[in-house]
Design a protein around this ligand. Sequence first.
Ligand SMILES: Nc1nc2c(c(=O)[nH]1)N[C@H]1C(S)=C(S)[C@@H](COP(=O)(O)O)O[C@H]1N2
Ligand SMILES: [Mo]
Length: 325
Amino acid sequence: MLIRKAPDLRFSDITPKPLYLRRREFLQTAGGAALGAAAAAMAPPFAASANAQAKTAAHGAKLADVKKSPLSTTGEMLTSFDDITSYNNFYEYGYEKDDPKQNAWHLKPRPWTITVEGYAARKGTFGFDEFIKPFPLEERVYRMRCVEAWSMVIPWVGIPLKDVIASFQPTPQAKYVEFVTAFNPAQMPAQTTRILPWPYVEGLRMDEAMNPLAILAVGLYEETLPNQDGAPIRLVTPWKYGFKGGKSIVKIRLVDYQPKNTWQVMAPAEYGFYANVNPNVNHPRWRQDSERRIGEFFRRKTLMFNGYADQVASMYTGMDLKKNY
Ligand SMILES: Nc1nc2c(c(=O)[nH]1)N[C@H]1C(S)=C(S)[C@@H](COP(=O)(O)O)O[C@H]1N2
Ligand SMILES: [Mo]
């Protein structure tokens, strides 16, 4: 077999998919010398085993006792596991869609702790298992739409955010919920760069967080969450654009101010606080009245609140949704 030079072994976003797939095969079958070369091409401390890269498509552990939720969206074709785990936005691992799949194996999602802070009677730092244990594991199939005008249908497994928030016993001063995600440059390679201000932060108004549709996802397709999708725990609010879904959450804060989300800080002219899917308000760079479902060819119409208006529209009555985007 031809042993490629080290730079050629690096996965590049400009590499066409079929070629890239062949390179994966190459990595899986090549001997230690080639693997060593691939590892050497990556900047330290991310020069660990290229072998591990080959494992990025690996499935997670099967989740037990998952009950199907009546709040699932029905009648939609599910996006494939492969697409859900290979076309991602997760800037901690790089800004191209296939960077997370390539780089997220660096993350160790266990042990993991989640800290609860702010205006609540029950606070503290909880281990992941302890944190999720009191709540039912539910499968929630949701349409998901990114502001970049692509969408997927994902069979999440999660716990209801409203039950989680209620268990903290928020005090009346708690008006918003802030979600702070992991800052761990040793495991999240792109956090050594300044492509975003780290850590990535998201926020919801209290009633949004208490809406029955909001979940903290811990899995998909009945398996533990793949790293590139936000292991071990991430926010999912299907009526909002994808960037609301902060991944790899480490802190939940009950606050009395409207949290500034990362994208709002980065580009205030492009991103607001609410981020409700609204086909009538165009993003400066992407149309919002239609979308491409990953795996499909033709575009489809984008629905108000991503099709969840019946469940969520009442939270925004009286608000100008062109201003509060
Ligand atoms: N921590 C973190 N969470 C994040 C992001 C990110 O860059 N970092 N990207 C967001 C964006 S823009 C989208 S569209 C969704 C994508 O989720 P998915 O890759 O599981 O489909 O994650 C969101 N959560
Ligand atoms: Mo997004």
